[in-house]
Design a protein around this ligand. Structure first.
Ligand SMILES: Cc1cc2nc3c(=O)[nH]c(=O)nc-3n(C[C@H](O)[C@H](O)[C@H](O)COP(=O)(O)OP(=O)(O)OC[C@H]3O[C@@H](n4cnc5c(N)ncnc54)[C@H](O)[C@@H]3O)c2cc1C
Length: 338
């Protein structure tokens, strides 16, 4: 699970001891085929992998996103990528060995997975620096191409997150669109800044296989509504690979909790269809996630994407209890699925 990446940065978890084999789903009578999907043939209802062809009656596409740091010149070479499991231990070690200087964090593309996660990462890093006694000599700057911290959460939640960042001496710079990165220098559409360590959330892209089959337009995610049905018969797209617009400006954020909700709606509808019953399930848009703030505390972001008259997000202030709930959230999900 992606959220473990943040605990690895905080130094409380290791990747090897956090993994759980996906083979566990065979307990539920699901065959697990660990092969690369190379092609989806919508016309003939066939999924091709590197080794076989699988015929389907129903297809749920849940390919996630691909990270695309190469879209920004110099980003790959001069930063550590927050969402890349290979870079996460490097981030942990770089932060712990730093004695003074500037850490820059940058959100460089939209949309990106788990909108609050980069702020959690910044707060956890600040917490590590406090532990190592270097906090006072390390400046932290957070650059985002959005004007406020969490546009999907609205101005009030964004302001609350801004205040949490300020209280930890992390300076937020909105409207900073990264155009290129050089050694120790990040360049924006307007202006530039220096850093000793750059931790970046890179642009995300839809997996090529979803574009090649025609489910996604180039440069876009698979557009679906609350039923997650694609334009192809009996083919659904759930999770990060899709885009569900709630209003003309607001899309469902890319988060595991929403991928799960979408999956539940799709599963219900497929069962109804097989039973020749009414397919009335829709993704309910309800969910939430924890915003860790360091020292075993977390806030809770409660989200209702289809609240009337407009989407609602509220941030419950950080407490140790929400941190414990976050740990429980991971445990429960792993037990339920695997
Ligand atoms: C640091 C971090 C923290 C997060 N914290 C939270 C949190 O607290 N709460 C929350 O709700 N969300 C959180 N998220 C977001 C969450 O992890 C994602 O939204 C979620 O994993 C999306 O699920 P998915 O199934 O759509 O995609 P994924 O989990 O990415 O799964 C897609 C799978 O498809 C596979 N795949 C891709 N292409 C192919 C192919 N061609 N052939 C075969 N397999 C393929 C991939 O390898 C991958 O295993 C966090 C994300 C990050 C990065």
């Amino acid at each position: 699970m992606d959220l473990v990446k943040l605990w690895m940065i905080a130094g409380s978890r290791e990747f090897e001891t956090s993994k759980k084999p996906l083979e566990g789903i065979t307990k539920k009578g699901i065959e697990f085929i660990n092969e690369n999907v190379t092609k989806i043939d919508l016309q003939n209802k066939i999924v091709r992998t590197s080794y076989r062809r699988l015929h389907y009656d129903y297809l749920i596409v849940a390919l996630g996103v691909e990270l695309a740091p190469e879209q920004i010149p110099g980003l790959k070479e001069n930063s550590l990528v927050l969402y890349d499991i290979n870079d996460v231990p490097r981030i942990r070690d770089a932060v712990r060995s730093m004695k003074s200087g500037r850490i820059a964090m940058a959100i460089t593309g939209l949309p990106y997975k788990c909108p609050p996660a980069p702020y959690e990462a910044a707060l956890l890093i600040r917490s590590v620096l406090e532990e190592t006694g270097t906090s006072n000599s390390i400046q932290m700057d957070f650059y985002s191409l959005t004007p406020i911290t969490l546009p999907a959460g609205g101005p009030q939640v964004s302001e609350e997150i801004l205040q949490i960042l300020k209280s930890k001496n992390i300076e937020f710079h909105g409207n900073h669109k990264t155009v290129s990165v050089e050694q120790h220098k990040i360049k924006f559409e307007s202006g530039e800044a220096e850093f000793d360590l750059l931790i970046a959330v890179p642009p995300h892209k839809v997996p090529l296989v979803a574009v090649d089959c025609g489910l996604a337009q180039p440069g876009k995610f698979i557009e679906v509504d609350r039923t997650c049905r694609t334009k192809s018969d009996n083919v659904y797209a759930i999770g990060d690979v899709n885009q569900i617009m709630v209003t003309d400006k607001i899309a469902v954020p890319k988060a595991g909790i929403f991928a799960e909700g979408e999956g539940i709606a799709v599963a219900k509808n497929i069962v109804s269809k097989i039973k020749k019953e009414f397919e009335g399930a829709v993704f309910d848009g309800k969910g939430g996630c924890y915003l860790e703030t360091g020292k075993k505390t977390a806030g809770y972001l409660r989200v209702d994407m289809y609240a009337d008259p407009a989407p609602v997000t509220e941030l419950k202030p950080p407490t140790p209890d929400y941190f414990l709930e976050k740990e429980k959230f991971e445990k429960e999900r792993l037990e339920k699925w695997l």
